[in-house]
Design a protein around this ligand. Structure first.
Ligand SMILES: Cc1cc2nc3c(=O)[nH]c(=O)nc-3n(C[C@H](O)[C@H](O)[C@H](O)COP(=O)(O)O)c2cc1C
Length: 169
């Protein structure tokens, strides 16, 4: 399956995980969403989108521009449909410091991805995480892969491996 990893922001855990995935998925490349050439999307069958939750109310907060909101806004503005494509999400968060908003942003990304016509894949079981609430939980499952490099880094490797295996690339 023609796969691309698209991530944002740069320079932190999200980028580190994108790079880690490229080493696991031979030949799959990772691109920062700010540097993406939209033409590259045309032959892509699976998009792995990675982001983090930074601030509970950031997604549509104009005072804190989010490159994901801009990406999805631009897709819409350019009239690019993602119908027939699959989207899988991974999201960085911190369940100890933010137990009431753990990886909330994955839900925003899931909603935005679905609104483009894409099929969301890669839901993840709520297993071995410890938090109070997350918007990214739908019908008891996470809409993508939650990763917590701040407090559960030792679980990251196995979580990624199991998740990528489930994507059936
Ligand atoms: C200001 C700030 C707010 C954050 N808010 C949340 C949050 O609401 N929910 C959550 O799960 N993690 C939250 N985090 C944790 C980050 O998502 C986590 O540290 C992540 O690994 C950051 O990845 P990045 O540096 O690539 O953006 C927050 C971190 C910061 C610095």
């Amino acid at each position: 399956m023609n796969t691309k990893i698209i991530y944002w922001p740069k320079g932190g855990n999200v980028e580190k995980i994108a790079e880690k995935m490229t080493t696991k998925l031979n030949g799959v490349k990772a691109y920062c969403v700010e540097e993406l050439d939209f033409n590259m999307l045309s032959d892509t069958e699976l998009l792995i989108l990675g982001g983090s939750t930074v601030g509970a109310d950031h997604w549509n907060n104009e005072a804190y521009p989010d490159a994901w909101a801009m990406f999805f806004g631009e897709l819409k503005a350019k009239g690019i449909s993602m119908e027939g494509k699959k989207v899988a999400l991974y999201g960085l968060g911190n369940q100890v410091l933010y137990p009431s908003h753990f990886v909330d942003s994955m839900k925003d990304m899931a909603d935005a991805a679905i609104s483009t016509g894409a099929t969301l894949v890669g839901a993840c079981a709520n297993k071995d995480y410890h938090f109070d609430a997350s918007e990214a939980l739908v019908d008891g499952q996470f809409v993508g892969l939650p990763l917590d490099e701040d407090t559960q880094a030792s679980k990251t490797e196995a979580r990624i491996d199991a998740w990528l295996k489930g994507l059936d690339l």
